[in-house]
Write a protein that binds this ligand. Structure first.
Ligand code: GGG
Length: 334
């Protein structure tokens, strides 16, 4: 039995997590779910957006499923998402994007973005002076080596053919330059059987819209990975289709790439696909491969039979879409 820490969070978080947990329960009896608080809802209930008990449960469980939080506007408060990534040393953010639904005029896409998850512009190191603010951006050799190695290892284990290093080293010559030089070094030694490619981040964004088939695996710095995965998700139908995994040597937390969408929270209108697919990624990570494949097939088959969610012009909200996915899993006709 694997223990899963579940963090529904704010806004549409609880709705999409409820869907994903229902799908996971339909595919296996080998998971035990334990719930904890995070985000603004936690702040209201227990006075902190990231209570110590939540971090403790994240550490105790075999893996975790997180929904979304609404970011605090208060300058002093550290983001709970950045906090759990840091405290649990979740150094790799894995963001696969592929088509689960064929939308007119959208090209086909099957890209995996491997995003460095611990440094870059996400260290919350901002210094004020009388003229403005300076934000420090850190790129270290150790973190760059670790993420490039992760991308190589992932590509080899998942029969991927090429890795493209996305950067802006023509402007950020020292920091992005370090990242690119480490990529070249490690691809020449540990990733020799893979094709090594390089692309500036601005043209990579354009290509993810116009010719996404040019990409297989992308390895990139924290901010670029965050932005490019939303661009890629747009090509595949929107943020409702973008799952992600925060992975470290010991711990892991899976979540939809999207936020809490407070404007539609509580209406049952949110597309739960990204969270359901994040649940499948969690099963991959727990080596429950067959169950993960069944979930992905059930989602694809639900879309293929014309059951579309409202975000892409269909009529299904979270609950009825989830019922269709579960129906397919139970009948085994996915
Ligand atoms: N699942 C990712 C997540 O919740 N990220 C935090 C975030 O983007 N918050 C902004 C918001 O939801 O308004």
């Amino acid at each position: 039995m694997k223990h899963i820490c579940v963090l529904p969070g704010d806004g549409i978080g609880p709705e999409v997590v409820e869907s994903a947990v229902a799908v996971l329960k339909a595919v296996t009896d080998d998971l035990q779910f334990e719930y904890a608080e995070i985000g603004q809802s936690a702040l209201k209930k227990v006075g902190s957006t990231m209570p110590d008990e939540t971090l403790e449960l994240l550490r105790k469980c075999d893996s975790s499923l997180f929904g979304a939080i609404t970011s605090s506007e208060s300058l002093g408060e550290a983001s709970p998402v950045l906090r759990f990534r840091k405290e649990l040393d979740l150094f790799a953010n894995l963001r696969p994007v592929k088509n689960y639904v064929n939308l007119a005029g959208r090209p086909s896409i099957d890209v995996v973005i491997v995003r460095e998850n611990t440094e870059g512009l996400y260290t919350q190191n901002e210094q004020y002076d009388d003229k403005g603010v300076t934000t420090l951006r850190r790129v270290t050799r150790a973190a760059s080596e670790r993420i490039v190695r992760f991308a190589i290892d992932y590509s080899l284990k998942n029969a991927r053919k090429s890795i493209c290093c996305v950067h802006k080293s023509n402007v950020l010559r020292a920091s992005d330059g370090l990242f690119v030089s480490i990529f070249r070094e490690l691809m020449a030694s540990e990733g020799r059987v893979l094709e090594a490619r390089e692309q500036l981040v601005d043209s990579a964004a354009m290509k993810l819209v116009n010719s996404p088939h040019e990409f297989d695996v992308i390895v990139t710095l924290n901010l670029y990975g965050d932005i490019l995965s939303d661009v890629a998700a747009g090509t595949a139908g929107g943020l409702g289709f973008a799952p992600s995994g925060n992975i470290g040597r010991v711990y892991s937390v899976f979540e939809p790439a999207h936020g809490s969408a407070p404007d539609i929270a509580g209406e049952g209108a949110a597309n739960p696909t990204a969270t359901i697919l994040a649940g499948a990624m969690m099963l991959d990570h727990l080596k429950m491969r067959n169950e993960a494949v069944s979930i992905r097939q059930a989602v694809k088959s639900t879309y293929d039979s014309g059951h579309l969610t409202t975000d892409i012009g269909g009529r299904h909200g979270s609950r009825s879409f989830t019922d269709h996915v579960i129906g397919r899993l139970k009948r085994g006709d996915s």
